[in-house]
Each structure stands twice: as structure tokens, then as C-alpha cells.
Design a protein around this ligand. Structure first.
Ligand code: ADP
Ligand code: VHF
Length: 367
């Protein structure tokens, strides 16, 4: 594994409350200390935090509310601001800034919004800011919700281009049965593939605090694993757990990635039928093929088709040779307007900009 890693740490309500009805600051302080330690070593940390509803309930003094979605939204609206304040305070002890991202499924399913969120997350990470993510519970209706933070953390890991996803919970990992009912249940240390037998032993949450139990953690491991991301489920109370995961020291249950992130990306870019096509000049061909550069608008000669930002397009040279497939950073109309122009002119021509490149190197697969 390379020296600098990107790690998503997901903290379930069970960890943040330590099984009680209020946020357990002592637990959270210790986990922030571990994150800050890894951050100082050059690793990129992304937090996915649950606990907004629990924090809201605590702050309002455990009000009697009907068991409706509206009540949960009310509690989340109050609790999220408490929660983010806490993360902010604790990370600031170490001089680390955080950036809040509240997401819903709608932000991640739409290609253009996904790209926007990904660019934003990248900007935070490039500036050594720790993204702190939760579902936007206060406004998310059932139709646009991811629904649980395990699945949300798998999507956040894909968004952040993470190497690993660590799901911290109140058990030391995935057991052969729910340890709350079965004292003889054994910890499963390594998982190479997720099958129906494994799904059958991963039960729901019975503490009344968490959402989804081990079942949603397994779904998250599956989604992340297919994207080439290794997943570990471990206890938030295990001393030094975050460093252990970064250093590949065996802890909890480890799910091996099913592919490499690059393979997964290639499959996606080649799998998507191209929505359009651009022709580039010889200088751009040389920069792309020989120097591994991104494609700038300056090198674009012609744009064919009608495509949106975020869709896959074909890149051809002047003789019509198919050179590469890549993800467009601008829609077809915008590309037609900025084709042949210097990147500094993008804002002036369009009145907005999504950065200097038309197709980024990381989003391009050369044929
Ligand atoms: N096979 C299993 N191994 C471990 N825990 C399990 C299993 N099946 C169900 N669980 C339950 O999953 C719970 C953790 O999930 P959850 O309550 O949603 O926590 P979190 O808030 O961390 O997401 C455990 O407390 C445990 O009761
Ligand atoms: N978004 C919700 C948590 C949802 C959730 O999945 O909780 P958990 O199973 O404890 O990770 C909140 O902030 O309260």
C-alpha cells in the first residue's frame, strides 16, 4: 500500500453514544485523537458521522414525539448542528479544519451532481480539511434517502477515491451470529466474497440506536468492495484501531476488495456508451499520450453530440482515430463555446467554470 492513504471512518450512533442515550464525548475525543495522528502522518481522513438524531434528542431533553419521519427530521435538524460543533471543536484542538457535507441519494445518483460533490470533496482533501459527512436527514424524504450511514459511507468512499473504509461499531466485527443473542458466536476475520450464507448471519440492529445493524454494513462492504475499496468492520473502542487499519494490522473483520479502483473505473468508463465525441489537435494528442496530461479546451477542434457534464465521451484525433474515452467536465454546448480557447478564458466565455480541463487525466482511459 502506498505511504499516503485515504481512509473513510464511519462512526455509528452506537460508537458515538457508547450505548447510552447521549453523545459520549470521551469516546469521540479519543477517536479524533487517532484521526489527527494519522492526518499528521499525511493520510487523508474522511469522517462519516451518525448521531444527529441522538444529539437532537439529548439537546431537547428527550421530548415525547410521535414516531414519525417528521419527528426524526426535527431531531436531526437540531442535532446535526450540535454534532458538527462537537467535531469542529475536537478537531480544532489539533489545528485541523473540518468541512461539513450533508448528502442524500439524489446528490450521488445524478452524474453531474456526483461530479460536483466529488470535486468539492477533493478540494477539501487537497487543502488538508477533513470532510465530515452525514445524510441530510432534516430534508431527505424516503425517496431520496440513502437511508443508513453504512451505505452512505460506501458512497462517500467512492466519492473520495478512498483506499479503505472503516466501519466502527459496538461489536468487534462480523460474528457468525449476533453476539447479543449468541454468546458462542465467533468473529469472522477475513471475508473474500459476500454470499447469501454470509448475508443470512448479518442481522438487524436491536439496540434501538443504530440503523440497519450488520445487514447494512454488509451491503456497504459489497458496494465498496466492487469499487476496489477494502472494508474493515471493527469496534470503535478498540485502542489504536484507526492506525491498525492504515497499517494493515489485523483487526475486526476485513473484506478484501473485489477489484482495483483503476480496474473498476476502467470498467465504468468503457461500459458506459459514449454520449458524444470530440476531435482534438495534434498538440493535445501529444500532451495526452506522451506526457499523460489532461485534455484542455485549447486542443479541442470539434464537438459532436449532445451530452451533459459527467457523461462519457469518445476522444478522437484529426484522422478520426479513436484515442480514448473520458468523462466530460463540461456539457457539449459549453465545450463548443470554449473549444480552441485558453482555460483562463472559460469563466469569461461561459460566465462560470468547473476548472481548467475538459477531460481530466484521472477520468480518461487511453485505448
Ligand atoms: N452477525 C452479527 N455480528 C455482529 N453484530 C451483529 C450481527 N448481526 C446483528 N448484529 C447487530 O448489529 C449491531 C450493530 O449495528 P447498529 O446497531 O446499526 O450499529 P451502528 O450504530 O454502529 O451502525 C450490533 O450491536 C449487533 O447487535
Ligand atoms: N443519519 C442518522 C444516522 C443513520 C444511521 O445509519 O445510523 P447508524 O446505524 O448508527 O450508523 C443520524 O445522524 O442520526
Amino acid at each position: 500500500m502506498n505511504s499516503s492513504q485515504t481512509l473513510v471512518v464511519k462512526l455509528g450512533t452506537s460508537v458515538l453514544t457508547g450505548g447510552s442515550l447521549r453523545l459520549n464525548r470521551a469516546h469521540i475525543v479519543e477517536l479524533v485523537r487517532q484521526c489527527a495522528q494519522q492526518h499528521a502522518l499525511g493520510h487523508r481522513i474522511i469522517i462519516v458521522t451518525s448521531g444527529a438524531i441522538a444529539a437532537g434528542r439529548e439537546h431537547l431533553g428527550y421530548p415525547e414525539l410521535p414516531a414519525t419521519i417528521a419527528s426524526k427530521q426535527l431531531l436531526a435538524a437540531v442535532g446535526q448542528s450540535r454534532l458538527i460543533q462537537l467535531w469542529e471543536q475536537l478537531f480544532s484542538i489539533y489545528g485541523i479544519n473540518i468541512g461539513q457535507m450533508l448528502l442524500t441519494r439524489a446528490d450521488l445518483e445524478d452524474r453531474e451532481r456526483f461530479l460536483n460533490a466529488r470535486d468539492m470533496m477533493q478540494a477539501l482533501l487537497d487543502n488538508q480539511i477533513v470532510p465530515v459527512i452525514n445524510e441530510n436527514d432534516a430534508v431527505a424524504t424516503a425517496e431520496i434517502k440513502v437511508g443508513d450511514n453504512d451505505n452512505l459511507s460506501a458512497l462517500a468512499a467512492i466519492l473520495g477515491g478512498a483506499d479503505k473504509l472503516l466501519l466502527l461499531t459496538d461489536q468487534s466485527g462480523l460474528f457468525t451470529a449476533d453476539p447479543r443473542h449468541n454468546p458462542d458466536a465467533e468473529l469472522i476475520r477475513e471475508v473474500h466474497s459476500i454470499d447469501s450464507a454470509l448475508r443470512a448471519i448479518a442481522g438487524d440492529s436491536i439496540s434501538g440506536l443504530g440503523t440497519g445493524g450488520m445487514a447494512t454494513k454488509l451491503q456497504a462492504a459489497d458496494v465498496a468492495g466492487r469499487a476496489g475499496i477494502e472494508v474493515v468492520i471493527a469496534a470503535g473502542s478498540k485502542p489504536g484501531v484507526i492506525g491498525d487499519v492504515i497499517n494493515d494490522i489485523s483487526v475486526g473483520t476485513r473484506f478484501h476488495a473485489q477489484t482495483s479502483p483503476l480496474e473498476n473505473r476502467k470498467r465504468w468508463i468503457f461500459g458506459a456508451p459514449p454520449a458524444g465525441e470530440i476531435t482534438i489537435d495534434d498538440g493535445a494528442v501529444q500532451a495526452m499520450l506522451e506526457r499523460g496530461s489532461s485534455l484542455l479546451p485549447k486542443g479541442i477542434k470539434q464537438v459532436k453530440g449532445d451530452f451533459s457534464r459527467g457523461e462519457v465521451i469518445r476522444i478522437r484525433d484529426l484522422s478520426g482515430r479513436d484515442l480514448a474515452h473520458g468523462v466530460a467536465r463540461y456539457n457539449s454546448d459549453a465545450l463548443r463555446m470554449i473549444a480552441g480557447h485558453h482555460s483562463q478564458k472559460i469563466d469569461e466565455i461561459l460566465g462560470y467554470e468547473y476548472g481548467s480541463v475538459a477531460v481530466h487525466r484521472d477520468d480518461m482511459i487511453i485505448n
